[in-house]
Design a protein around this ligand. Structure first.
Ligand code: MG
Length: 396
């Protein structure tokens, strides 16, 4: 018994309710085809070992190119298969199921027109199928539903608390599905939903908590909703926050360098580099926001190349690394903690230095200074501390 799933992605439906023409799964959503979204989710899951895309003959070349490209970038080595769409949904899924090549004990069926499938929902359905033999994603009905008579009048009102809207994915033990599908074919019955097949064969189907965002794109207004959801998610993911903190000891005979400014003072900060505590806190904030580690990792203090290093040059290197990781600096806000000397007159130059090193406008860099009222190590003038936060924006 293996616990892998072979997936059938139904991508050959007609688009009559979207105005006909090309398949709705090839419509654009957030800069790529609708189909690419759920295919990527399937390919990202360890549960899925092969995917069969069921598509119209006329669109097979386009869809196979798209799938091969996505699989190379995001896949985990799954087998990709293509099968032609049938006359109705059940026939299409059957074409897909019978084209599968791997000997997975479970099959999973998903509608290519549900792009916003999350990996959480996908894997929750897989886990329930492993436990119960059959499972479908479903959400509680938010609206009261009516059963109508043939004349268009209300016949009855089912209890809403027991009503669920069924989505895909739906997953089944392969043998169970094949048995149920054969039975329906023998009787000439066609269902719009694969659970119904399995229910008709007398099996129990588990309702797995789905996601309201996992909507099916059937009408133009569904497409508008999906676009709004994608845009919102993009906006939320587009920003990254980072924080940095650093401390250096004050010592005689050292030059005091803060934010790249040499500041006349009887002591300076001790360190392997120029010990620019402000620049160091800023670097750690930037690295933290991009999840690239910290400056100790990037510029080890036992590396002689960084002996007496100009921290602003290191800051430029950090910004280059952050840029290569796909981010641009939004803004930086830093606070220096020092009892003496008075730092206010030097702040405008510090901001300019940091902005130049980061290649951003000075309006995006804030530096503040405070004493700690004679308290603690900064108050006793044993050292200085700095903290910084920054926002990074995902580059388009
Ligand atoms: Mg440091």
């Amino acid at each position: 018994m293996n616990e892998f799933f072979s997936a059938v992605l139904a991508a050959g439906g007609s688009s009559t309710r979207m105005g006909g023409g090309r398949s709705k799964v090839l419509g654009q959503l957030g800069g790529r085809p609708v189909l690419a979204w759920s295919l990527e989710t399937l390919l990202s899951s360890e549960f899925i070992r092969e995917v069969c895309l069921v598509c119209r003959e006329a669109e097979m070349d386009e869809i196979s190119r798209l799938a091969a490209e996505l699989s190379a970038r995001r896949g985990r080595g799954q087998t990709l298969i293509f099968a032609p769409a049938g006359e109705d949904r059940q026939a299409s899924v059957w074409n897909g199921v019978t084209a599968l090549k791997r000997d997975s004990d479970y099959i999973l069926i998903h509608d290519g027109a549900r792009p916003l499938l999350s990996r959480e929902t996908l894997e929750a359905v897989c886990r329930d199928a492993l436990e119960y033999g059959a499972a479908t994603a479903a959400v509680a009905s938010k609206d009261t539903c009516k059963l109508a008579d043939s004349a268009g009048f209300v016949e009855s009102t089912p209890d809403r608390s027991r009503l669920f809207q069924v989505q895909t994915p739906q997953a089944f033990r392969r043998e169970l599905y094949l048995y149920a599908a054969e039975k329906a074919r023998a009787r000439g019955l066609s269902y719009t939903d694969d659970c119904q097949l399995v229910e008709a064969a007398g099996a129990r189907v588990r309702l797995t908590q789905g996601d309201y965002a996992n909507l099916k794109i059937t009408t133009r207004s569904d497409m508008l909703c999906a676009r709004a959801l994608v845009e919102q998610e993009k906006g939320e993911n587009a920003m990254r926050i980072g924080s940095g903190y650093d401390v250096h000891k004050l010592a005689e005979g050292r030059e005091l360098v803060l934010g790249g400014e040499r500041i006349p003072f009887e002591k300076g900060l001790l360190g392997h580099s120029d010990a620019d505590v402000l620049a160091h806190a800023v670097m750690d904030a930037l690295l933290g926001a991009a999840a690239l580690g910290d400056i100790g990792h990037l510029f080890p203090d036992n590396d002689s190349r960084y002996q007496g290093a100009d921290s602003l040059k290191l800051l430029s290197e950090v910004c280059r690394a952050v840029g290569e990781a796909g981010y641009a600096v939004g803004n930086i806000d830093a606070t220096l903690m020092a009892q003496r000397p008075k730092l206010a007159p030097h702040i405008p130059r510090m901001r300019e230095n940091i902005a130049r090193a980061c290649g951003i406008d000075v309006g995006r860099v804030s530096v503040k200074a405070t004493t700690e009222e004679g308290l603690g190590f900064t108050g006793r003038e044993e050292g200085m501390a700095a903290q910084a936060v920054c926002l990074l924006r995902e580059k388009a």
